[in-house]
Design a protein around this ligand. Structure first.
Ligand code: SF4
Length: 294
């Protein structure tokens, strides 16, 4: 009987984190099937082969290192500095995965912790403890569990993952969050939702939606297979980009009523021309709410 291939040994370490990526990962609908492909050396929430103290002794190796949270030089795990721990495991690992925007770019903690960084980037520039190592960045606050599942399954299948300039898988981060949003008709005709949480109307101009400026496939691969922020009336706030979190998340900055930033790949002039034309039409269908009562 042919012997079964050895499972890859996966180690999940944390820096400064809210645990959000771990919790999101537990919501992956096919988590059991994914975990069948790995031996979990250590994860803070999943049954693991070793304790964190045993891992911190650094007398073993892993195949896949997943890191969650921002890195800061003074952090310790067990007897070891976190930097030394990362160096030991990353050197031997075939793959290093940054799970979430803090691990990718510094994320939420970069303002409060000036010395903090992602694993291999500080914002959109190389930096951090593994800047010279090939890291797969899975940004998002938290990372979409399907994206993490996709990357780990590609690794388990020994498939090549093509990356963009920020080391994010192209298959997941080439499109914009705007792509697939059910509010696109409202965006085209410049009909805005006037209040937070409304199920009709575009959220770009009045609510600060970053969908047209954010590389993410949240509306192509739905969360928990059913929804996305925009579907429930919450604007995208650009959590997959290196400048996250920006100030005033629910505001589109304007100058003389013109958005300061327009959709990626569109010149301001083209945007203004199209907006002017769209607004010159009355789309009676969209003038009153289609389903919800006023
Ligand atoms: S709500 Fe956001 S993502 Fe949806 S159409 Fe409007 S701008 Fe695009």
């Amino acid at each position: 009987m042919p012997s079964r291939p050895r499972k890859l040994r996966l180690l999940w370490l944390q820096g400064v984190t809210c645990n959000g990526n771990s919790h999101a990962f537990l919501n992956l609908p096919w988590l059991d099937a994914l975990l069948e492909r790995f031996d979990i050396m250590y994860h803070p929430l999943l049954p693991s082969l070793y304790s964190l103290e045993a891992v911190a002794a650094c007398d073993m190796t892993c195949d896949v290192l997943v890191f969650e949270g921002a890195f800061a030089p003074g952090l310790r795990r067990g007897e070891k500095g976190l930097g030394a721990l990362l160096e030991h495991y990353a050197q031997q690992a075939s793959y290093v995965v940054a799970a979430g925007s803090c691990a990718s770019f510094g994320g939420m903690f970069k303002d409060a912790m000036p010395e903090g960084s992602g694993l291999a980037f500080v914002h959109d520039k190389p930096g951090g403890p593994l800047a010279r190592q090939g890291v797969i960045n899975l940004s998002g606050c938290p990372v979409h569990p399907e994206w993490l599942g996709y990357a780990l399954m590609m690794i388990a299948d020994n498939e090549t993952i093509a990356l963009d300039a920020l080391h994010r898988p192209k298959a997941l981060y080439s499109h914009l969050a705007h792509d697939g949003c059910l509010r696109n008709e409202y965006f085209e005709w410049k009909v805005d939702a006037k209040q937070f949480g409304q199920k009709e109307g575009c959220l770009f101009y009045e609510q600060g939606c970053r969908g047209p400026l954010t590389h993410a496939s949240c509306n192509r691969t739905l969360w928990n297979e059913v929804s996305s922020k925009m579907r429930v009336g919450t604007p995208c706030f650009g959590c997959t980009e290196p400048d996250f979190p920006r100030r005033n998340l629910f505001e589109t900055k304007t100058n003389m009523s013109i958005p300061e930033e327009v959709p990626i790949g569109v010149t301001k002039r083209s945007y203004l021309t199209l907006t002017g034309i769209a607004k010159s039409f009355r789309v009676q269908r969209l003038e009153s709410r289609l389903i919800e009562d006023e």
